[in-house]
Structures are given as structure tokens and as C-alpha cells.
Ligand binder design. Structure first.
Ligand SMILES: Cc1cc2nc3c(=O)[nH]c(=O)nc-3n(C[C@H](O)[C@H](O)[C@H](O)COP(=O)(O)O)c2cc1C
Length: 252
């Protein structure tokens, strides 16, 4: 269940040495194949890598873990948001299996790395070390108040649970840059302009991660989301997408 996993997920930075079984590795492969993209034509690659091989692929400050998934994609409009959108579905699936994970934004491809398309981010994963368990209480999340995520006076009982779960989504350095404007049954998604331009890439990924929580909440509760671009410029904010949430699943 998404809601249960989202409520207990946290970034795990200490792992046990316990190895994954071959069955689990195969299941992770299937889970990756089942990730839904934000755009049908997005090209996104997830490469599973044991710790012994990561140095040949990704350099920089990575969380120490027994396994990694290197995520790369073909650059196109919204490709980094799509990477966050797909990666977070995987993070939630891993959490459901009792597997801990942590996004590693500080990596870069090593020379001679065998990474397809453009490197985006690496996910560290493994069984959490004892004492580095999942969260058991929503108050353990360090997040801004829900009002700080909302633009204007957009109180809306129907959309509130979607925003509640978007608020629990992880973000680079916990910056929580994504903002929402409620508009009837639609949510307009924005992010703050980053203070440092080097945060731009990470905050695009953060946006996709937050949107993934909205979609996963919708899928679990039988809603359908129509995602489209509107023209919604606002001072000091970067508009990304509008999500129209419909109570009925689509008849096809
Ligand atoms: C795009 C992205 C990049 C991140 N990079 C790192 C990182 O390089 N090192 C690290 O320890 N945590 C990293 N994190 C984890 C965040 O610090 C973490 O999500 C945030 O502090 C909120 O905590 P939580 O995930 O436990 O809810 C990253 C998270 C995201 C979404």
C-alpha cells in the first residue's frame, strides 16, 4: 500500500551487510519494468549495481550501501522530473519490501562508466542496519507546515490528502521546493527558483518525486489524473504541470 509505505519511508543511510537473494534481484528488475513514466516517449534507464562495481561507474560522495541503482535518461523536456517520478515509485515499492534507500545527488559519472544516455542520479539501497529503521509516526518527518506548500488561499478538502502525501516526499537537502495551487479538482505544480543554480537539476527531480506521491495516492484510491501543461507564470516560481484529478477511473 502506497499510503503505508509513504508514511514509514525515510532516507536510509546505514545498511546491514545482508545480501539480496537472486529472487529479490529479479523482482527488483520486474518492479523497474513496471514503473510508469510521466511521458510515454521518455527514455529512462535503471542500472542495478553492487557496491563492488559502483566506483567504476559513479564518483563523488555516495551514501555507503550494498547496492546502487544508477539512473540515466535521454534529455528531453521534463526528463529530470520524469526520473524523479519513476524513481520514487521504485523507492515506495522497495519500502513495501522492507528495503531501505537513499537518493545520492552528489554523484557524477566516472571516466569509462558504462552509463546510457545522460547520468541523472543514483539510488543507494539495501536492508536497513539495526536501529536505522523506517518511521513509525508521521511526526518524525521534518517538513514545513502544510500551509507553506500551498499558493494563495486554496483550501480544498478534496485535494488536501493528495497534498498531505506530496508533503511527505523526499527532496534534496530537504529543501522542499515544490508548491501547489489548488484550483477546483486541479493542482497546479510549481517549484521555487533555486538559490544556487547547481540545485536546479536536483529540484527538477524533487518535483517529479512530489508528483509521484500525488499519482500513487490517486492510483491507490481509484482516481484518474489527467496531467497537462497550462500557462501559469508566477513571479519567482517555475510552473511545471497541472494535474486534474477525477473521481472516476477512466473508461477505455
Ligand atoms: C534528489 C535528491 C537528492 C538527494 N541527495 C542526497 C545525498 O546526496 N546524500 C544524502 O545523504 N541524502 C540525499 N538525499 C536525501 C534527502 O536529504 C532527504 O530526502 C531529506 O533530508 C528528507 O528526509 P527523508 O528522506 O528521510 O524524509 C537526497 C534526496 C533527494 C530527493
Amino acid at each position: 500500500m502506497f499510503t503505508q509505505a509513504a508514511l514509514k519511508r525515510r532516507s536510509v543511510r546505514n545498511y546491514s551487510d545482508l545480501k539480496f537473494s537472486d529472487t529479490l534481484k529479479a523482482e527488483i528488475g520486474i518492479a523497474i519494468k513496471n514503473l510508469k513514466p510521466l511521458y510515454d516517449d521518455a527514455v529512462t534507464n535503471f542500472k542495478f549495481c553492487p557496491a563492488s562495481l559502483i566506483n567504476g561507474e559513479v564518483k563523488g560522495k555516495l551514501v555507503k550501501a550494498p547496492y546502487y541503482i544508477i539512473i540515466s535518461a535521454k534529455p528531453a523536456d521534463g526528463y529530470l522530473e520524469n526520473v524523479g517520478f519513476m524513481a520514487e515509485q521504485l523507492v515506495i515499492w522497495l519500502t513495501e519490501q522492507g528495503i531501505g534507500s537513499c537518493y545520492c545527488g552528489m554523484g557524477r559519472p566516472a571516466s569509462g562508466a558504462q552509463i546510457s544516455d545522460t547520468y541523472c542520479i543514483t539510488l543507494a539501497l539495501g536492508y536497513p542496519a539495526e536501529g536505522d529503521a523506517f518511521r513509525s509516526d508521521v511526526h518524525q518527518f521534518k517538513r514545513k507546515e502544510i500551509g507553506s506548500y500551498l499558493i494563495g488561499d486554496s483550501e480544498n478538502d478534496f485535494l488536501e490528502p493528495f497534498i498531505h502525501f506530496a508533503r511527505l516526499a523526499p527532496s534534496a537537502v530537504n529543501a522542499q521546493p515544490v508548491l501547489f495551487e489548488m484550483d477546483g479538482t486541479s493542482i497546479h505544480v510549481y517549484r521555487k527558483k533555486p538559490m544556487l543554480s547547481k540545485m536546479e537539476q536536483m529540484q527538477r527531480i524533487d518535483t517529479g518525486i512530489a508528483i509521484a506521491h500525488i499519482f500513487m495516492y490517486a492510483w491507490e484510491h481509484g482516481y484518474y489524473i489527467d496531467a497537462y501543461k497550462d500557462i501559469k507564470e508566477k513571479n519567482r516560481l517555475i510552473y511545471f504541470i497541472t494535474l486534474n484529478i477525477m473521481e472516476e477511473t477512466r473508461d477505455e
